[in-house]
Ligand binder design. Structure first.
Ligand code: PAF
Length: 292
């Protein structure tokens, strides 16, 4: 264990699972609750909001910072993923010194065998991010399951920006009977309404400003969807990006919110959601909006 001392306060930081597990044994009681916020670091306001919620709703809060190699299908994306541990610790300390940080190495997590387990998430894994990032959700499932086993949380907090990931984690918990409650939390947006993401750090100021187009198009699509059908809405979005030199649309999908299957027509009593992935200068940004 490592305790950072500053102004008479300390934050518990663990780099090994053995030390974290031993510490959790000393704080956990039959009636106490542990909140858990898994992250890959480069923390932003969205992450901090998850932590704040966990701090409020649980006796103890564990945050993990681990850039998980098995969920990256693109080696360049993994290499360029921002790693800002010192800054992250400072940000967490502005919230609370009660946060317990787990920042393991790849070795600590994978023990020399850095591969994913294979999962069946009842098809949720085959759409959108799963389609365009082969193996991504096996990597997410592997790390989230492993972290749950180490941290043994009562509640775990995930942002809705990665809505497909949120549904998949709920499925992981259901299918494996894991004793944890998954809490989905609203998307945090920058001033220009770009969804907060660690990847935004890699955008130039100009790109970051112009990336407001993503949410603008999503809200226009939502409006259009009320009076038309999915096909026309999709065409509208594809056209909006067609002549844009800076932003390349990878996908825009309208899907049933529970199955995540793309839909061709609307039915009453179903909840729909739009999903978008856009490249700007090889940086991949995603966003989502509920349509009804
Ligand atoms: O959403 C993320 O940052 C990651 O996918 C997660 C859940 C921390 C697993 O590595």
């Amino acid at each position: 264990m490592f305790a950072l001392n500053f102004n008479n306060t300390s934050m518990h930081i663990f780099y090994s699972k053995a030390a974290l597990i031993a510490y959790i044994k000393t704080i956990k009681t039959a009636n106490s609750t542990i909140g858990f916020v898994p992250t890959m670091g480069a923390l932003h306001q969205g992450h901090l909001a998850l932590m704040q919620r966990s701090l409020k709703e649980n006796d103890d809060t564990v945050v993990s910072i681990f850039v998980n190699p098995t969920q990256f299908n693109n080696p360049e994306d993994l290499a360029k993923y921002p790693r800002t541990l010192e800054e992250d610790i400072k940000k967490m300390r502005t919230l609370s010194d009660k946060i317990i940080l787990y920042a393991p190495s790849v070795e600590d997590i994978y023990e020399g065998n850095t591969i994913s387990q294979e999962f069946d998430f009842d098809g949720l894994e085959n759409q959108m991010e799963g389609k365009f990032r082969p193996g991504h959700f096996n990597g997410v499932g592997t790390i989230v399951k492993r972290l749950f086993e180490i941290v043994t949380p009562t509640n775990a907090y995930f942002g809705e920006k990665d809505f497909q990931q949120l549904q998949i984690v709920k499925k992981l918990v259901e299918k494996n009977n894991l004793p944890v409650t998954i809490v989905g939390c609203p998307i945090f947006r920058e001033e220009n309404l770009l969804a907060m993401s660690s990847r935004n750090e890699r955008l130039s100021p100009e790109e970051r400003k112009e990336a407001s187009i993503i949410y603008e198009v999503l809200t226009q699509a939502k409006e259009l969807f009320q009076s038309t059908n999915p096909k026309e809405t999709i065409e509208f979005v594809e056209n909006a990006f067609k002549n844009n030199e800076r932003f390349d649309l990878e996908y825009f999908v309208i899907a049933d919110e529970s199955t995540l299957l793309p839909v061709d027509y609307k039915e009453n009593d179903k909840k729909y959601r739009a999903f978008i992935a856009v490249f700007v200068n090889s940086i991949r940004l995603i966003d989502t909006i509920s349509l009804n």
